[in-house]
Design a binder for this molecule. Structure first.
Ligand code: FES
Length: 158
């Protein structure tokens, strides 16, 4: 139920996990939602287990709504130990983990997290950025060309 979702999201926001740039990241993905203007960046660190590449750690920075932050907090926790394919197949309602299914109005917030993850898995962005850069700072026009904005091709009905 949406109210329960809101309660759990509030709890997650009280102590969001894995917030901030990952200095030793192997990959980073950045997306922006054309609908609400929110942005989310996710860093991934990989390792190998039983001959398979798996996600060792994930972190994020968000410039946007609280739901996206709550989902990203959950998602970066549950990504640990996932293979590339397992991570790629996670849907917004799975990425939200213990928050439970996303209310219809919040699905695009989960999709922002999903798209940032996919972008990071595709490794299209340059890896770790200088520590002085922030996501908010990157909202300024930049000629570096390092920031890739991926419009969400979602089909939500708002
Ligand atoms: Fe924009 Fe949630 S309102 S991601």
């Amino acid at each position: 139920m949406p109210d329960e979702f809101e309660d759990r999201a509030r709890e997650a926001l009280a102590q969001p996990k894995n917030v901030g740039e990952m200095e030793d990241a192997d990959s980073v993905g950045t997306v922006g939602s054309p609908d609400c203007g929110d942005m989310l960046r996710m860093w991934l660190k990989f390792t190998e287990k039983d001959g398979k590449k798996i996600i060792d750690r994930a972190s994020f920075q968000a410039f946007g709504c609280q739901t996206a932050i709550a989902v990203a907090s959950m998602a970066t926790e549950l990504l640990k130990g996932k293979t590339m394919d397992e991570a790629r197949n996670l849907k917004p309602n799975e990425l939200s983990g213990d928050l439970g299914p996303l209310p219809p109005m919040k699905i695009h917030c989960g999709q922002l997290v999903e798209q940032a993850l996919k972008s990071a898995l595709d490794g299209k962005d340059a890896p770790a950025k200088p520590a002085t850069e922030t996501l908010a700072g990157n909202l300024q026009p930049s000629s570096s060309g390092k920031i890739k904005i991926v419009p969400l091709d979602d089909d939500h009905d708002s």
